[in-house]
Design a protein around this ligand. Sequence first.
Ligand SMILES: [Zn+2]
Length: 275
Amino acid sequence: MDDAGLVFTVLGSGSLGNCTLIERAGATPILIDCGLSPRATARRLASLGLSLDDITDIYVTHLDCDHFARGWVKRLTTHPISVHVHMRHRTRAVRLGVPGRHLELFEDTHTRPDGTHVEPVMLAHDGLGSVGYVIEHAGCRFALATDLGRVPAAVLDRFVELDGLAFESNYDRTLQLTSDRPPVLKRRIMSGRGHLCNTEALDAILRIDTQSRLAHVALLHLSRDCNCPTIIRRLYAERAPHLLPRLTITNQTVPSGRHPLVGGRTVGLQQLALF
Ligand SMILES: [Zn+2]
């Protein structure tokens, strides 16, 4: 067994669908969010040598269709996958038709039977909010937060000693303000209960980096209309050049690379074959 305790891969991220694969040493792979259709998810898993049959659990940040694609309701009738939903989202999950035998509700931090520690962090987003996660397995800590209108103290308090981080960086403020989007949409996005702009995300990531040992940072959920990887790279070159070598800007169509974590240092590619 090589040193990697956990490997994360963002299969896709953006307003058309979000899904992150977590591979765990000695345990089955799980997903955070299933906002890509089952077919698209299967295709992207296949590019990594996996199939839907390998996935046992999905942890959901919230149930908007870009995080829980509706095609999964039908797919769950034939695949024995547990869907983990925060109690706050229970009514919505039932209304959407998530079959009761697949629905696993949680409210607080818990340790799974396979040893993975799961720590939910509540985030402000629209009516019901979103859930961030700290996932700890085999000595590695990974955290993900997306669809958060602002960075609550709980994120900064609990996103500590991380080896890997996936964090929303939704929009560039100038592009948002000057876009031809309806004012009501701009207000929703920028209200503190919508999405994070690039500088808000960077401020949080810089803080988290000082209290962690981040080997990889993946930026999530870039707005198609109001963001651009070039702008983000320029921002990081100016304000956080030390993060650039560890930074991945995810997109909607192509999975990110596999990001192996091992207590704060990356694993060589040759070791991945052993994972
Ligand atoms: Zn979203």
